[in-house]
Design a protein around this ligand. Structure first.
Ligand SMILES: Nc1ncnc2c1ncn2[C@@H]1O[C@H](COP(=O)(O)OP(=O)(O)OP(=O)(O)O)[C@@H](O)[C@H]1O
Length: 307
């Protein structure tokens, strides 16, 4: 990703541009998982969709194996799409409710012509079922006849049918209960090891990201504020927002009530105030410590002695 941005126009009477993703640059190596964390509304899903060109980025470029996804024509994009896949949070909306599971799994293979006949198709489906821990009896059912965890397995089988090389997983297990979550995460890991797949793994759960990811990126208000090897970021956060995130999470996990930090994280920043006000001890008022830096910038953060 190179300087990727996505703006939305909001408002009915007074139209305003709002940057949901702001100048994001990073690289994911083959077989690597980059975890993406950040609070609700910070732009994670917008980024995920812009990467796959499910929405058109306002600025910037996305390269997949050297090919510019943002500039690809329809035919090239279709080819790339087979190799770059996405799995969403809500399993119940992921599959066509009117298709039996067998047809849901084979639909992309048929569209992309990856099998030559029905016999090969059935063989492929059997192999996929085994990989994701499903059984033949599931194939004749409809999505509403499966559990959330089983549906996410079907979605994975469907995705794997096209031999993907990069998968964006947007909160894929957050709607599942904890024991099922662990099973599905294990499948993600197994197929990654087997096929050398790269993941952009999005979650609000720091522990999940820590377990899944080689590197971790922290997103705040559309920007990546910190990125690095997961354990370095987790153990030694450099950005105040990451510190808050890790501390809040650790406190939560320790069963202590640390409501103040969470409250600080979600506080609205005064218009014209310091972007970093939530991390600044003068947080309740707009920070005018560095008045010449009217724009909310990293420079302000560096120069603000309230931090
Ligand atoms: N189509 C749209 N038009 C206008 N604003 C949008 C649109 N889609 C998303 N937004 C806004 O962009 C911001 C980022 O949304 P996004 O869904 O990317 O956040 P997120 O980090 O994935 O949140 P969550 O973790 O809750 O899913 C939010 O303020 C959201 O309201």
């Amino acid at each position: 990703m190179e300087n990727l941005s996505k703006s939305y126009t909001t408002g009915i009477f007074k139209k305003q541009q709002f940057k949901a993703v702001d100048d994001v640059t990073f690289t994911i190596a083959p077989g690597e998982t980059l975890g993406l964390v950040g609070e609700s509304g910070c732009g994670k899903s917008t980024l995920a969709r812009a990467i796959l060109r499910l929405i058109t980025p306002s600025k910037g470029r996305v390269f997949f194996k050297g090919r510019d996804v943002a500039a690809a024509g329809t035919r090239e994009l279709n080819k790339i799409r087979g190799k770059m896949q996405i799995i969403f949070q809500h399993p119940e909306t992921a599959l066509n409710p009117r298709l039996r599971i067998y047809d849901s799994i084979t639909e992309p293979m048929r569209i992309q012509n990856v099998v030559s006949d029905r016999a090969e198709e059935r063989e492929r489906v059997s192999a996929l079922l085994e990989q994701v821990g499903l059984y033949e009896e599931h194939l004749t059912r409809y999505p509403h006849e499966l559990s959330g965890g089983q549906i996410q397995r079907v979605v994975l089988a469907r995705i794997l049918s096209l031999h993907p090389e990069f998968i964006v997983a947007d909160e894929p297990t957050s709607m599942l209960d904890v024991s099922v979550q662990a099973q599905v995460l294990n499948i993600f890991k197994e197929i990654q090891q087997k096929y050398d797949i790269s993941y952009l793994f999005i979650s609000h759960d720091l522990e999940v990201v820590r377990w899944m990811s080689d590197c971790m990126a922290v997103m705040y208000k559309g920007r990546i504020v910190e990125i690095g090897p997961t354990e370095d970021v987790y153990q030694n956060p450099q950005h105040p927002y990451t510190t808050l995130l890790v501390d809040a999470f650790t406190s939560f996990n320790n069963g202590r009530e640390e409501t103040t930090e969470v409250a600080v994280m979600s506080r609205e920043i005064e218009p014209g105030g310091c972007r970093y006000a939530p991390f600044c001890s003068a947080a309740s008022a707009a920070c005018d410590e560095v008045p010449e830096l009217k724009e909310v910038t990293r420079g302000h953060y560096a120069a603000c002695r309230h931090v």
